[in-house]
Design a protein around this ligand. Structure first.
Ligand code: GLU
Length: 475
């Protein structure tokens, strides 16, 4: 199997394009095929290098590696032209000298397709006169002569497709400025690269009968086609910028993991056939199947993306997360920067906090309290666990500090000490844990208190308790 992703570099890599890339790539990986990247840069006005870069960067971020390419469609222009001229020489195409404006007007009056008017004019001119004019340097376009009958092909997603050829216009394949058109270039390139499967968005479905006719006229073997349904926004309308971020890069910036993005994109228009949603790359490659591409459009649900990301975050080894968090927290003056460089400490911290985060941004936010030089106290927490009964809070913090004094600094030992103290005082452990949590994290909620103790370490715990006591007294 030889598959390709053929983006036009007219913008960044958007989620629709990325989904097409993911489908092709998963199929190639699943079947031991080849995945090719072709940049369709023939629309000179709209394509540029910056967009090409953005597309390559987006794919690299996703980890979708191409086996061949990037090829550029513009490199094949001479071949595209030669193919148009071959069709002309074989009588499968004709020269069109007509004036586009006049043809459109006549077509309007006679209520027929403009290309059929152009065909009539070409036939009226006759081949010899056309030859003479061409030699005299009169500009002309080359149009493909659509044969009578109907065009059928099998679509992997939609099944049997039939188009009446009467509805297909005699498309221009070479413009009068000698530039080839998209439909010819795609067919020529796909055939030249030996593409066996063309999996692309539904928006190309109307091009496919034209391309199928060109394959047949050029004598090229036809690939298998599969057209993937559109992606919709949550309001059921075609996904667009109105719905929020549509560039893959924006999700990277927000702290989505590439493996979560691939998982999410794979489920946009495909399902493994069971109720699995969270899937690793290996599981996706193993389960992916063109037969299960859905006919129905799918909705881009950002909540689901965050949820999936949380799942991927939870299973990602902490050492692979450290750099992501460093980049996000580096240089923030309220944070003790030297802690960021302590690899072992960072890994322990992230291992403890990651089950509660859904994105890398959230993970960084949750790491912050552990790195703060001066703690920020959440008003609600202070009110509830300190201010309501300051004497009790002071007493409890003081006793906890004393109980920890010569304790072995491990989760188990600290827990044992705290529970023993609670028992001795005849209170529930929560009565000690809540004011302690506010002193250590400033917040109502945090990871398990014994994890927090271990992460902060003896000295910072004692500093924060002292600071907490001071605050309660002041208040
Ligand atoms: N270049 C086309 C696009 O970006 C895709 C062509 C194709 O997949 O055949 O929409």
């Amino acid at each position: 199997m030889r598959l390709r992703f053929a983006p036009s570099p007219t913008g960044y890599l958007h989620v629709g394009g990325a989904r097409t890339a993911v489908f092709n790539w998963l199929l190639a990986r699943k079947h031991g095929g080849v995945f090719i990247l072709r940049i369709e840069d023939t629309d000179r006005d709209r394509s540029n290098e910056e967009h090409t870069r953005a597309i390559l960067d987006g794919m690299s971020w996703l980890g979708i590696h191409w086996d061949e390419g990037p090829h550029f469609q513009s490199e094949g222009v001479e071949r595209h032209k030669a193919e148009a001229l071959r069709l002309l020489a074989e009588g499968k195409a004709y020269r069109d000298f007509s004036d586009a404006e006049a043809v459109r007007e006549e077509a309007r009056v006679r209520d027929m397709h403009p290309s059929r008017v152009a065909r009539e004019q070409a036939e009226a001119l006759g081949p010899e006169e056309a030859e003479r004019r061409a030699e005299a340097g009169v500009p002309f376009a080359i149009r493909f002569r659509v044969p009578d009958g109907e065009t059928r092909f099998h679509d992997l997603v939609h099944g049997e497709m039939r188009f009446g050829n009467d509805d297909i216009d005699d498309l221009v394949i070479l413009r009068s400025d000698r530039t080839p058109v998209y439909n010819l270039a795609v067919v020529s390139d796909d055939a030249n690269m030996g593409i066996t499967h063309v999996i692309r968005g539904d928006d190309h479905l109307s091009n496919t009968p034209k391309q199928v006719l060109l394959y047949r006229a050029l004598g090229f073997p036809e690939p298998v086609f599969g057209h993937v349904p559109l992606i919709l926004g949550e309001d059921g309308k075609r996904l667009s910028k109105r719905h929020g971020a549509t560039a893959v890069g924006e999700y990277a910036d927000e702290g989505i993991l590439p493996e979560a993005m691939i998982n999410f994109l794979a489920l946009l228009g495909w399902s493994p056939g069971d109720d699995r949603e969270f899937m690793t790359l290996e599981e996706l490659i193993d389960a992916f199947d063109a037969e299960r591409i859905l006919k129905k459009s799918s909705v881009f649900d950002t909540e689901k993306l965050s949820w999936l990301n949380g799942k991927h975050l939870a299973v990602k080894p902490s050492d692979q997360l450290v750099d992501h968090i460093r980049t996000r927290l580096r240089g923030q003056s309220s944070l003790r920067q030297e802690l960021l460089d302590d690899q072992a400490w960072m890994e322990t911290l992230l291992a403890v906090i990651k089950p509660r985060a859904r994105t890398l941004d959230e993970l960084a936010d949750q790491a912050r309290p552990f790195l703060l030089s001066d703690l920020a106290y959440e008003e609600k927490a202070v009110e509830k666990y300190w201010r309501k009964d300051p004497d009790a809070a002071l007493d409890r913090l003081g006793r906890v500090a004393a109980a920890f004094e010569d304790a072995d600094w491990s989760k188990e030992a600290l827990e044992e000490r705290l529970r023993a103290l609670a028992e001795e005082m005849g209170v529930g452990a929560g009565k000690l844990i809540h004011p302690l949590r506010v002193a250590l994290t400033g917040n109502m909620a945090s990871p398990g208190i014994f994890d927090v103790l271990v992460i902060l370490g003896r000295d910072r715990v004692s500093e924060r308790i002292v600071e907490g006591v001071k605050r309660i007294r002041e208040a």
